[in-house]
Design a protein around this ligand. Structure first.
Ligand code: ADP
Ligand code: MG
Length: 251
């Protein structure tokens, strides 16, 4: 692992008079799996919206891969190599699994994607779509309507769509939310596999997943990062225990 791929300094965000991000400082190292944990309403999803360009910061700096990205558009940030999933699923239920992934693969081509170019790129797009299907083990489901699949399969599909732009940094917001234990373990293993060779930042509530998957963990409480460290460091951090983890993890 080398230096930070993502460097956040003094990041602030207010909605009206309410300050939600209250000066966040955070580094994510290249190649690490970095979990962001914290109580409900701490601002974890808001931080992801700021990183992905879906919200503009009120103040502060976000440097990604050497560039200042705060306030740029989601499309511009995605083109630089940052991709995200949403807490609320993003798949098109009326399209097949294959069509969903193909749409995500085609997305970077944007408006340049005229029909005559479709012929040229068709094979490459098909191959990339098939590679992603296989990566998330949905090949057998290619022609199933996304909306007819189990919830956990829809989440796998969304992970594939997030990876379609071949991002350096992947942000996943609660990819295991609402899953039973077995599905959670399956999805955690999938996340581990598909983020090999990339950098991952993940928001997750399941502490077993967080502590086994992460190289480092940051704890966000009330719009501020109160600690960053290895799983052991976080487990033994008194402020973290007091503010969030309580006896659940220290036991
Ligand atoms: P988390 O993901 O950690 O549970 P969120 O980032 O979703 O927390 O929310 C943090 C706080 O910001 C919450 O109190 C929420 O109500 C508030 N919030 C989020 N988005 C908006 C918005 N667009 N306008 C006003 N308040 C918001
Ligand atoms: Mg959230």
């Amino acid at each position: 692992m080398t230096g930070p791929i993502l460097s956040i300094r003094g990041l602030r965000k207010s909605f009206g008079a309410t300050e939600i991000m209250r000066g966040v400082d955070l580094d994510v190292h290249t190649g690490e799996r970095h979990a962001l944990i914290g109580p409900n309403g701490a601002g974890k999803s808001t931080l992801f919206h700021l990183l992905s360009g879906h919200l503009a910061p009120s103040a502060g700096e976000i440097r990604f891969d050497g560039r200042q990205i705060g306030g740029r558009s989601p499309q511009a940030i995605n083109r630089l190599g940052l991709a995200r999933s949403f807490q609320i699923t993003n798949v098109f239920p009326g399209l097949t699994v294959f069509e969903n992934i193909r749409l995500a693969v085609m997305r970077p081509y944007g408006l340049q994607y005229a029909f005559w170019k479709f012929i040229d790129h068709d094979r490459r797009i098909r191959r990339e779509t098939e590679r992603l299907l296989e990566l998330v083990r949905l090949t057998a489901r290619a022609s199933t309507l996304a909306g007819e699949m189990a919830y956990s399969e829809q989440r796998s599909l969304e992970i594939a769509m997030t990876l379609a732009s071949d991002p350096k940094l992947v942000l996943l917001d609660e990819p295991m939310a609402g899953m039973a234990t077995e599905e959670t373990q399956y999805t955690a293993q999938l996340v581990r596999e598909v983020t090999q060779g990339r950098t991952l930042m993940i928001v997750e509530h399941d502490m077993d997943v967080v502590f086994s998957l992460s190289d480092r963990i940051s704890v966000l409480v009330y719009g501020q990062v109160i600690a960053t460290g290895s799983p052991d460091e976080i487990r033994n951090d008194d402020r973290v225990k007091e503010a969030y983890l309580g006896e659940e993890v220290s036991a």
